[in-house]
Write a protein that binds this ligand. Structure first.
Ligand SMILES: [Mn+2]
Length: 399
């Protein structure tokens, strides 16, 4: 009988001792909360688990428990092993001599009798000191960013477990647990933790706080359409286990640096309404970030917390100019609109309620009008704007 991904993970964990836990580049609340929670849980089981994120977490996540566990660098074992065949000749003495001026190291082997020949020597690479890798909340290996490039050997040598909830996940792992109905990777982990330690419950205050952070941020504090009864039940379970829900809300939702408020002010002052195409958009320029001293990431939130509250529209678009291109963030308000279709017009993607796209090597001066034109055409077709007159003639009672 074939094992489920969860059962396969439980089996792999029985053998594994040195475990690496990773998430995507620029980790969000779900990525960070998930790797911290899993690392803490594995350590409780006596495993040598290490969470690595090359970037420091955003200030908003500094409340997360045990953040010090997070390593900003990682060296996989790159030992070079010289093997000597001692079947015919035994070693009497072993030494080495460093010759820095010649950039050489001599390894000196003295036989007890007879002599060694060239054929007695062979070379190998040490196996990585990692025997299992978890990759959490990352739809592709590429999303790991620079970590993937500097440790590419590791992903060939060591089995990888891919746990995620994104529709675009490309099943890069040896084991893939992709649950599209889960709000977050953290929600999937709650079920995993129950299975890997049936006798002794792993949830404690810290682990529960990390996991609740993932569910809270990926549902935008239980406001998004993706908030399922299951997510609420799991969240209740985590609060009961001691999760510090108020810390999460205060740090993630009720505290904003001044630079963020100023940046959001700029964005709000530039909101344009496109009617009858039923959307609003705003723009933020590289010069704005420089002037305010704000970081790129500080735009996140303005769209969900403020722009989305606009009335009589189907969706919101925020265009931010970045080094190397223009980034578009989209959020649907109208339930029957799959916003990923609009992102796809520009080669992007996402979920039906939230999606994004990237226009490389461009700036807003070049790309703003063509982007708006394409979206207006899409909406005109969708809403039947061009043929409105005809509809009224055909169906006089339409109004
Ligand atoms: Mn997530």
């Amino acid at each position: 009988m074939e094992l489920t991904p969860k059962q396969q993970i439980v089996e792999l964990l029985k053998e594994a001792q040195n475990i690496l836990v990773l998430t995507h580049q620029n980790p969000d609340g779900d990525g960070l909360g998930s790797i911290l929670a899993l690392t803490l849980a594995l350590q409780k089981l006596g495993k040598n688990a290490t969470a690595v994120s090359l970037e420091l977490p955003l200030v908003a996540f500094s409340f997360l428990p045990q953040l010090a566990l997070l390593k900003q660098d990682f060296q996989s074992n790159k030992d070079f092993i010289v093997t000597l065949n001692t079947l015919k000749t035994q070693v009497e003495k072993l030494g080495y001599k460093n010759l820095p001026s010649e950039h050489k190291l001599n390894i000196i082997i003295t036989p007890n009798s007879g002599s060694f020949v060239k054929e007695d020597v062979s070379f190998a690479y040490g196996s990585a000191k990692v025997d299992l890798i978890f990759i959490l909340d990352s739809p592709t290996l590429e999303r790991l960013g620079p970590f993937k490039d500097t440790n590419s050997d590791l992903f060939y040598q060591v089995p990888t477990i891919n746990i995620d909830h994104h529709a675009g996940n490309d099943h890069f792992g040896k084991v893939n647990w992709i649950d599209l109905t889960a709000t977050s990777t953290a929600e999937i982990l709650v079920s995993l933790l129950e299975s890997i330690s049936k006798d002794k419950p792993l949830l404690d205050e810290d682990i529960a706080t990390c996991l609740l952070t993932g569910i809270t941020t990926d549902t935008n504090s239980f406001q998004n359409q993706n908030t399922t009864p299951k997510a609420l039940t799991v969240a209740a379970q985590l609060v009961a286990a001691g999760a510090h829900q108020q810390d999460i809300i205060r740090s993630v939702y009720k505290t904003k640096p001044l630079t963020t408020l100023k940046l959001w002010g700029k964005i709000l002052s530039r909101v344009y309404e496109e009617q009858p195409h039923r959307f609003i958009y705003s723009t933020v320029y590289i010069a704005d970030f420089a002037e305010i001293g704000a970081q790129q990431e500080e735009t996140s939130g303005v769209i969900d917390e403020l722009l989305k509250t606009a009335p009589n529209i189907d969706f919101v678009l925020l265009l931010s100019e970045r080094r190397g291109g223009v980034h578009g963030s989209l959020r649907a308000i109208e339930r029957n609109l799959d916003i990923a279709q609009i992102a796809a017009l520009f080669g992007g993607g996402g979920h039906s309620a939230a999606a994004a796209f990237e226009i490389p090597n461009s700036n807003l001066a070049q790309s703003l009008s063509p982007i708006l034109e394409k979206i207006k055409n899409f909406q005109a077709e969708r809403l039947g704007l061009g043929v409105q007159q005809q509809i009224e003639i055909d169906k006089p009672s339409f109004s």
